[in-house]
Design a protein around this ligand. Sequence first.
Ligand SMILES: *Cc1c(COP(=O)(O)O)cnc(C)c1O
Length: 421
Amino acid sequence: MDHFLYRDGALYAEDVAISEIAAAVGTPFYVYSTATLLRHFHLFDDALDGMEHLVCYAMKANSNQAVLQTLAQAGAGMDVVSGGEYRRARAAGVPGERIVFSGVGKTRDEIRLALEGGIRQFNVESEPEMAILDAVAQELGVVAPITVRVNPDVDAKTHAKIATGKSENKFGIPIARAREVYAMAAAMPGLDVIGIDVHIGSQLTDLAPFEQAYLKVAELTETLRADGHRITRLDLGGGLGIPYERSNADPPLPSDYGALVQRTLGHLGCEIEIEPGRLIAGNAGLMVSEVIYVKSGEGRDFLILDGAMNDLIRPAMYEAYHDIIPVIEPAPGVAPEPIDIVGPVCESGDTFAKQRNMPPLVAGDLVAFRSAGAYGAVMSSEYNSRPLIPEVLVKEDQFAVIRARPTFDEMINRDTIPEWL
Ligand SMILES: *Cc1c(COP(=O)(O)O)cnc(C)c1O
């Protein structure tokens, strides 16, 4: 459920009309709902009630400082995957002991940053990383708390570009080698082995792969404990999917997910961490765009928008589906017609939808892309020299620009000219 609903035929974000925001900031733009962000965070937090736990928002989904502060003030920890994200989390007021550091390629500088600034744990993904982490920790005279990310070799049945838990993926160490790797880690004086980490992919719309993975983690916990390791924390990753297509939506609920965690892992007495990104931020955001032209083509028509693949790359990159709805609700009885919805960028890939049924629209009308709050603004670029689009946060009847659109001069002046020119 989200807080983007029609009122008297006009689309609102909470108590603010989308058209009012468009008039204030211009199109295209992203808009996020505070109530939806918090609702999704609390759904997860409540689903794990009864187990000691921390929900660490995977901030790569949407790392705007205002979004982070909204979630941090509600009690969220953060899952970070770079030094930049670590700095963003700290800047949003998140203490080190609520920050988990994930990612396959942590550099020495990033490791040092987190060890000096404070960290809940590193999720270590390889033996070379373990050795560097041990070395840097010893240089600094500290001990780094770690889990090892194991790859359980389960098929997450999601898009190939966001599956991470098969043995051919670059993530984690094969679960079959876990005992050997944990023994190596335990022998390193700079490391404190405290748990196990697993993350099998993103946009999973079925709980079965989670169950397979968590049963393997439960078994591994017992094995490692028998080997003498003190396993007290299980990081279960993120990845619960969202209903991008409302018409056939039947996603797993956080409460069902919580029950699955309890059933498969509850008996171990471990502290549980989860790292949802998409499910917290995805349906908490829209991208709003204006129709520039309606173009008639050979056998098909095109709705040409002022938003493009540089603003929202998911359709081009993952063949992702987004519901696209008019900001002014069509009158009852108006028949929708199929149309291709595209942006102005000079690539055929800049196509948001093909032969999508839409009510008749004309130049100047506004449309909203649903489920654009995660992996939207964070993946945007200035390709075709289109300045980054603004982000707006709504809370009840208030809205604020939380990242302004750069001016053309700001965009151009980021480049510098060498002396020889
Ligand atoms: C991307 C990622 C997540 C979040 O995935 P979502 O699908 O957005 O929930 C969590 N943990 C790790 C390690 C990730 O790489």
